[in-house]
Ligand binder design. Structure first.
Ligand SMILES: NC(=O)c1ccc[n+]([C@@H]2O[C@H](COP(=O)([O-])OP(=O)(O)OC[C@H]3O[C@@H](n4cnc5c(N)ncnc54)[C@H](OP(=O)(O)O)[C@@H]3O)[C@@H](O)[C@H]2O)c1
Length: 252
């Protein structure tokens, strides 16, 4: 069985790559930047221009699609470029699509694009599995807690987050290869729902920092949706690695 991983230089792609090295699958990978120290076949592929799409997908059975662009050209990379990719992937036996919990309830352009991509996949004839995850621990840390300003984490402290370890999500997606196409499946969620303030305080404790947390309030529907925890699923807590354990592991 030959498996293609797109977006192999990203957070999820790197975690998938690390774990696929220990399997018997024949693996092919794509990105624009060439990943370092990888013995798998690599194909340059750009979802913006369409370059390399066919070469990437022509001889594989399964795709795990981790390429994405939340900030720039998402309309193309995550929707129209993705649709073109699906056109070239009609022979694929199983297309595994990682998505995000709550995208229909959170007013963000990137999330609308992810939702559209889910719909494109659902309405295609390509056998597929859509697995939504909550935010990755590493993503939350990088986005909100990487740069204290004057020894202060200035964050929307009351928003709720149920972050999950990216390695657990990667393992779950790899497991889906053998399970086969499932359509839309259960969410892959973190083990606990915390406020961002609680997460910042955990970081301060674990790293023995002297920083403080300043909680900010924002107007608008996006902030409201995150306050309401639309990005979480309190009925499902499947991941085992907590945010605190993730922070501790980073120190070793
Ligand atoms: N981050 C989270 O917290 C989170 C949570 C739940 C689900 N997800 C989902 O998981 C998936 C992976 O997310 P991630 O956070 O790992 O993303 P990421 O770290 O931003 O990585 C994105 C990948 O896409 C590639 N890419 C970007 N633009 C491209 C283009 N024009 N053509 C081809 N490749 C391109 C990048 O590599 P190059 O720049 O080298 O091309 C990179 O390998 C996404 O579907 C995301 O929605 C993410």
């Amino acid at each position: 069985m030959k498996v293609l991983v797109t977006g192999v230089t990203g957070q999820l792609g790197s975690a998938l790559l690390k774990q696929l090295k220990n399997t018997d699958y024949e693996v092919k990978v794509t990105s624009r930047r060439k990943p370092e120290n990888v013995n798998f076949e690599w194909v340059y592929c750009d979802f913006l221009t369409g370059e390399g799409l066919e070469e990437a997908v022509n001889d594989v059975d399964v795709v795990i699609h981790a390429a994405t662009s939340p900030r720039k050209d998402s309309d193309i990379i995550d929707v129209s470029g993705f649709n073109k990719f699906l056109d070239t992937a009609q022979h694929i036996k199983h297309f595994i699509y990682p998505s995000i919990v709550g995208i229909e309830d959170i007013p963000m352009k990137y999330y609308r694009n992810k939702y559209q991509a889910e719909e494109l996949l659902k309405n295609s004839s390509v056998p597929h599995t859509i697995v939504r995850a909550t935010q990755f621990h590493s993503f939350v840390e990088n986005l909100f807690l990487s740069k204290p300003l004057f020894k202060r984490y200035l964050v929307p402290g009351d928003i709720k987050i149920q972050s999950v370890d990216v390695n657990e999500f990667a393992a779950h997606l790899i497991q889906m290869i053998n399970v086969g196409p499932q359509g839309k499946t259960e969410d892959c969620t973190g083990p606990e729902i915390l406020t961002l303030r609680e997460m910042a305080e955990l970081k301060i404790k674990v790293n023995n920092e002297s920083n403080k947390v300043v909680s900010l309030w924002f107007p608008g529907k996006l902030y409201r949706a995150l306050l309401d925890g639309k990005n979480t699923n309190d009925l499902r807590k499947v991941g085992k690695v907590t945010f605190e354990e993730f922070l501790i592991a980073k120190q070793n």
